[in-house]
Design a protein around this ligand. Structure first.
Ligand code: AMP
Length: 288
């Protein structure tokens, strides 16, 4: 699954991207994060971007397009990604279209988080306060003055993307003023409606519930379901591998329980003097 999160600074893109990463096991590609890392490392890109970022302007298109193009090619992005903070201009969106076409990749959806501008400043203030509380370094561009400039950049250069993606029938708008988990649910519903995710295969949470359910409902069929769930998230990181393991356990449990049930049935049948041959009963039960 490949999606773009669109919204002004403070709209909750980063928060939602992280929650989607946990839910679907895909990676978050945040150009802001990558640029901050480049600034911290003092790379040529970082040196170019440092002043622009501190003042709330936009880093040149070719720089961010280059970063994204390289990042998409990394193995962890093979199964899907969430673009957070990219594209931010129409030329970047056009470059992304070309890039994806060239890599034979399809964009599933563009999710716009719509928020009241009046709420943005207080949201960013809350974010700063929370970062300070956690002892984290506060972003140099998270000040009221720079935020005003970032908002202006969003309005003039990024907002046209709403029209760009709406014309291409890719845009879904979600009320970003709702509580965090409600926004996440709304995004999930939208992705379901678009067919970007399958109802029963949204990653680890599904694997976990399948793992729980399988041993209780004995039988090969349930084992199959658990096995399927175990195979899916196996590709998606450490935590997913853990879920896959527990699902595998469930498969074993289900098989064991199925055998036990079959044995019991045979015993019962023999006791009752049933006409059915025990062998047949075993087969029939084990099949279920
Ligand atoms: P963000 O973390 O997304 O708020 O980005 C922080 C800053 O990084 C922005 O204010 C820009 O200066 C720069 N930046 C991030 N993404 C882009 C982009 N796609 N195009 C241009 N500049 C960007």
């Amino acid at each position: 699954m490949r999606i773009i999160l669109l919204g002004p600074p403070g709209s909750g893109k980063g928060t939602q991207a992280q929650l989607l990463v946990q839910r679907y096991g895909i990676v978050q590609l945040s150009t802001g994060e990558m640029l901050r890392a480049a600034v911290a490392a003092g790379t040529p890109v970082g040196l170019k971007a440092k002043e622009i970022m501190a003042s709330g302007g936009l880093v040149p298109d070719d720089v961010v397009v280059g970063i994204i193009s390289d990042r998409i090619d990394q193995p962890d992005a093979r199964h899907g990604f969430i673009l957070d903070g990219f594209p931010r201009t129409v030329p970047q969106a056009e470059a992304l279209d070309e890039l994806l076409k060239h890599k034979h990749m399809k964009l599933d959806a563009v999710i716009e988080l719509r928020v009241n501008e009046s709420a943005l400043l207080s949201r960013v203030e809350t974010r700063v306060a929370q970062m300070r509380e956690r002892g984290e370094e506060v972003r140099v561009d998270d000040t009221p003055e720079v935020l005003t400039k970032r908002l202006a950049s969003y309005r003039s250069q990024t907002e046209p993307l709403i029209h760009y993606y709406s014309e291409r029938r890719k845009l879904s708008t979600i009320d970003g003023m709702m509580a965090i988990d409600e926004v996440t649910r709304a995004i999930h519903r939208q992705l379901l409606a678009l067919g970007a995710v399958e109802p029963k295969s949204h990653g680890k949470s599904y694997a976990r519930s399948a793992a729980k359910a399988a041993p209780a409902k004995t039988g090969a069929k349930k084992a199959k379901v658990a096995k399927k769930a175990a195979q899916k998230p196996a590709k998606t990181g450490k935590k997913a591998a853990k879920s896959a393991k527990s699902a595998e356990k469930a498969v074993k449990g289900a098989k064991k329980a199925a055998k036990k049930t079959a044995k019991k049935t045979v015993k019962k049948a023999v006791k009752k003097g049933s006409k059915k041959s025990p062998k047949k009963v075993t087969k029939k039960r084990a099949k279920r």
